[in-house]
Design a protein. Structure first.
Length: 253
């Protein structure tokens, strides 16, 4: 028997920086993307069986060629973890005895480095196993940093502006970003994938006179807790929403 023909690789794009059984959830895979890797040797019947299993978990299977998968995940997952950890290590090494950097690090710094709290052993293994693609992406990132450094040194203000403008434009194009709002007040709610679950939450907030700007089910939830993302108009509405939902037994992130 040729085991290669029966093997189907894959993994869900869901989880968080927290590890251990105590952080598990019975509906973790619901509405989450589940990547399946396919090669020329992949048996179609085996592939269909795995897809059916994933659908039973209420996840969303996406079939990608192996080589393309490794490069994509290196760019959107593996190297970002390296960068986050690099930023944390940089601040740790630059901080003085007064530890002002540690005391003042908040907001944006904590957001961009949150994934550095993930399992070190897991990311050690991932980076070593996928080193070819990780190195390609690291080289591309290094080139971008080098070019940015050169523009700073030469006072090329237009190029520096273009650097940030292009990044903002691409980032704002992501599905879960609404560029209409300069400041986003959002939170995540754990709900089960069943009829009326979203309506229950919306009704509960409406009865408390909370205006919901947008609601969406998160499909790619890697390093993000919860399933339902809710946007409201200001910090007061967000605080009130969290209070109301907590009082009714919902878990908020």
């Amino acid at each position: 028997m040729n085991i290669d023909r029966l093997f189907v690789g894959g993994h869900p794009m869901v989880g968080s920086e927290k590890i251990g059984y105590e952080n598990s959830k019975d509906f973790l895979f619901e509405n989450a993307y589940y990547i399946i890797t396919k090669s020329a040797k992949t048996n179609q019947n085996a592939l269909n069986t795995v897809c059916d299993m994933i659908l039973e978990l209420k996840a969303l299977p996406i079939i990608i060629d192996i080589e393309k998968h490794d490069f994509i995940t290196a760019a959107i997952s593996h190297v970002p973890h390296v960068i986050a950890s690099s930023l944390v290590n940089m601040v740790a090494s630059l901080d003085g005895e007064d530890e002002y950097m540690h005391k003042l690090a908040a907001g944006g710094f904590k957001d961009i480095t949150r994934i550095a709290s993930s399992s070190p052993i897991m990311w050690q293994n991932i980076c070593i196993e996928n080193k070819g693609e990780v190195l390609k992406v690291l080289n591309a990132f290094s080139d971008i940093l080098h070019k940015f450094k050169e523009n700073i040194l030469k006072d090329n203000s237009n190029e520096v502006l273009d650097f940030f403008s292009k990044a903002k434009e691409y980032r704002d194009s992501f599905k879960n970003i609404n560029p209409v709002y300069n400041v986003i007040y959002d939170f995540m709610v754990e709900i089960k994938d069943k009829p009326g679950a979203i309506a229950d939450v919306a009704t509960m907030l409406s009865k408390s006179n909370i205006n919901i700007k947008n609601m969406e089910i998160l499909n790619n939830r890697e390093n993000v807790e919860g399933i339902l993302r809710i946007l409201v108009e200001n910090s007061e509405a967000r605080d009130m929403s969290i209070k109301v939902l907590n009082q009714n037994g919902y878990k908020i992130f």
